[in-house]
Design a protein around this ligand. Structure first.
Ligand code: OFO
Length: 165
């Protein structure tokens, strides 16, 4: 059984994952309408993954006898001031999510909730990958540069970002 505090933290995390899914969808839409097709594809996929994270935690709470709460989401950013800003926001969001998981894990340690701690391991691995991809994307802006056909070139390379362990 989950403690009330851990259950609350997990429900907050469900909401954060839902916000991430929504934010990535918004980023995909922005890239789509601004002609960055590969990046749009990248963010559509990221959005699906976040939905998967959300559901993974949702089922965990439910399976552990808790009340999984379907979150209300509002105020998702629609406009971005530049192509680069989209990726900067993505990295910032992933770093915040990693920190959030660390806080839950710290609480689990304190309460000796080793079952939830073990469940969280999967997410730490996942975050390592997500942060890597977001950083890699941002590096493209520095390596390739945005002048001339730079942004077009960056978009093409976003397609190739992959993570190997
Ligand atoms: Fe990328 O945030 Fe979910 O876990």
């Amino acid at each position: 059984l989950l403690s009330t505090e851990i259950e609350n933290l997990l429900n907050q995390q469900i909401k954060k994952e839902a916000i991430s899914a929504s934010l990535y969808l918004s980023m995909a839409s922005w890239c789509d309408r601004n002609g960055y097709d590969y990046s749009a594809e990248y963010f559509y996929k990221q959005s699906d993954e976040e939905r998967h994270h959300q559901m993974k935690i949702f089922h965990y709470v439910a399976d552990m006898g808790g009340t999984a709460i379907s979150p209300e989401i509002s105020n998702i950013k629609v406009e971005f001031s530049s192509f680069r800003e989209v990726f900067e926001d993505a990295l910032e969001a992933e770093i915040a999510i990693t920190q959030s998981f660390k806080n839950i894990a710290a609480k689990c340690h304190k309460e000796q909730d080793y079952v939830t701690l073990e469940f969280l391991n999967w997410f730490f691995k996942e975050q390592r990958e997500e942060e890597y991809k977001a950083r890699r994307a941002l590096e493209l802006f520095d390596v390739i540069g945005e002048e001339g056909t730079g942004r077009w070139e960056i978009d093409k390379h976003v397609k190739k970002i992959s993570y190997s362990e």
